[in-house]
Design a protein around this ligand. Structure first.
Ligand SMILES: NC(=O)c1ccc[n+]([C@@H]2O[C@H](COP(=O)([O-])OP(=O)(O)OC[C@H]3O[C@@H](n4cnc5c(N)ncnc54)[C@H](OP(=O)(O)O)[C@@H]3O)[C@@H](O)[C@H]2O)c1
Length: 260
């Protein structure tokens, strides 16, 4: 049985990745900060799927937390064949309002941890000639948002980074894919106190469906995955619209929000 490591595995998309990979009979290493919740998640997966599940409590916004997980990824005795960099956070307020420490914590988790863990994992994968990395980005990474935090910029980094590593490593047998979901029903928005009442039902995705499409796209060798037809269309508009036109539209929307 091969082993997959999933970050942010106790809730939302990470928990859905853990379930899907356990159902494929992969052993798992689960990472998140809350040790009790990790232990409960691991017990449930062991019971339901009869796979081995290790837990690794770590705060990936810290250099120490990253180092703990890097150590596990570098363990050639029990190689990790699939890394899912999923843990990430958003912020409710705009760049001007947010304390810089909050922006920096988000950057550390959404960007630095993704880079460090990918680096730790792909070294062994390239030498073995195979391995997979899934980086959870967002459709928000396809363009700027305003008013907003630097969340979309962190996800733009994840997309470009994943595409670059995909191109660099495919000749070594390593597949890398950035998943770009739209709104998914998870704990993400409530953790950041982001209001969701105005988001229409049609824009919400289910975590298990997102994960199913993400894993299928990884196996097709696609460097980016945009789950659901809805978001392929919406994401495509944002991604491929002429940038000056897009900036004008977003700028106008931001000014009207500012006037309210
Ligand atoms: N939900 C959406 O609408 C949406 C849309 C597009 C992209 N995404 C992206 O999807 C990914 C997963 O989000 P989600 O919606 O599934 O969020 P979620 O339901 O809030 O789950 C977040 C998971 O990450 C862990 N985590 C949070 N901070 C961490 C840290 N500092 N170190 C280690 N683990 C940490 C949490 O556990 P602990 O609190 O115990 O650490 C939890 O397991 C994120 O990268 C997010 O940006 C989400």
């Amino acid at each position: 049985m091969t082993t997959a490591l999933v970050t942010g595995a106790t809730a939302g998309l990470g928990a859905a990745f853990a379930r899907a990979l356990a159902a494929e009979r992969r052993d798992l290493v689960l990472v998140a900060r809350d040790a009790e919740r990790l232990a409960a998640t691991a017990a449930e997966l062991r019971d339901r799927y009869s796979v081995e599940v290790e837990v690794l409590p770590a705060d990936l916004a810290s250099a120490e937390g990253c180092a703990q997980v890097e150590k596990r990824l570098a363990d050639v005795g029990q190689p990790v064949e699939l890394l899912v960099n999923n843990a990430g956070i958003g912020l409710r307020d705009g760049f001007l309002e947010n304390p810089i420490e909050d922006e920096e914590r988000m950057l550390a988790l959404n960007v630095r941890a993704v880079m460090r863990l990918t680096h730790a994992a792909v070294t062994g994968m390239a030498s073995r000639g195979h391995g997979d990395v899934v980086n959870v980005a967002s459709v928000a990474g396809f363009g700027p948002t305003a008013p907003g935090s630097t969340y979309s910029a962190t996800k733009a980094w994840v997309i470009t980074f994943s595409e670059s590593v995909h191109l660099t490593l495919r000749q070594h047998g390593v597949r890398v894919s950035a998943v770009c979901p739209g709104f998914v029903r998870t704990e993400f928005h409530s953790r950041a106190s982001i209001p969701t009442a105005d988001i229409p039902d049609v824009l919400w995705l289910d975590a298990d469906t997102v994960v199913r499409e993400a894993l299928a796209d990884l196996r097709r060798g696609r460097p980016t995955s945009v789950p659901s037809v809805r978001y392929k269309v919406l994401g495509g508009i944002v991604r491929y619209a002429p940038r000056p036109l897009f900036l004008r539209v977003i700028g106008r929307a931001a000014r009207s929000v500012g006037r309210r």
